[in-house]
Write a protein that binds this ligand. Structure first.
Ligand code: BTN
Length: 217
């Protein structure tokens, strides 16, 4: 497949450039984003030093699983570079319990935009230091190349295999969690074939399609 990588200095968001292009197998990388966005309408602070990228893919029937795949790919790439990390549902990448990278999947018609943000040499703002961290020793170009190589090698995996790979890297299942959006509390049991989280609550099992999860212990 071979991705075509386009580098930019400063953009509003690599997702915005991706949306304008909607050309499959093109990758947008920016030094900084002035209006980076995260999941669920949050802001994603993206100064110079981090890896801010969007991969444009053709939307196939497994489009909704691709953000999970992207999180596995980032975890594998970091693992390859000697960084121990794990996945918090749905697709946050944690190092020593703090978020180091996040994935934003957006579907526009026939295309999926996989937005990947990894904190590297960028400073974490003081107000986020309790929950987020960076990896100053990781080389951005090396990480980018590894991510693209691993993505290329795993895009053809079935949804079932992608979910199995996610399970290998996760540190969510078996833990007591709260879904901040609706207050669901319980033990995270598994993910289903859509990547939805199954939680065992005191009122029985509940499936969570999307949301923000916090570990309770
Ligand atoms: C999250 O965890 O909330 C997702 C964060 C995704 C951030 C990346 S950085 C590159 C791409 N462009 C954006 O504006 N967001 C994604």
């Amino acid at each position: 497949m071979n991705f075509q990588v386009l580098h930019f200095d400063s953009v509003t968001s690599t997702q915005d450039i991706g949306r304008m292009l909607l050309r499959e197998n093109v990758v947008i990388v920016a030094e900084e984003q002035r209006n980076g966005r995260g999941r669920r309408g949050r802001k994603w602070i993206s100064p110079v030093g981090g890896l801010w990228m969007t991969v444009i893919l053709k939307s196939e029937k497994n489009a909704h699983i691709l953000p999970l795949l992207a999180s596995v790919v980032v975890a594998k790439a970091l693992d390859n570079l000697g960084v121990k990390c794990c996945l918090k549902w749905p697709n946050d990448i944690l190092v020593e319990g703090k978020k180091v990278a996040g994935i934003l999947g957006e579907i526009y018609d026939t295309h999926v935009l996989l937005g990947i943000g990894v904190n590297l040499q960028n400073e974490i703002p003081p107000e986020l230091k309790e929950i987020a961290t960076n990896l100053p020793m990781v080389n951005k170009e090396k990480l980018l190349m590894l991510i693209l190589e691993l993505l290329e090698n795993t895009l053809s995996l079935t949804s079932k295999t992608i979910l199995e790979e996610w399970r290998k890297y996760q540190c969510t299942l078996g833990r007591k969690v709260v879904i901040e959006d609706d207050g669901t509390v319980g033990v995270a049991m598994d993910i289903d074939e859509n990547g939805f989280l199954i939680i065992s609550t005191e009122n029985g099992f509940k499936k969570i399609k999307a949301g923000t999860l916090r570990f309770m212990e």
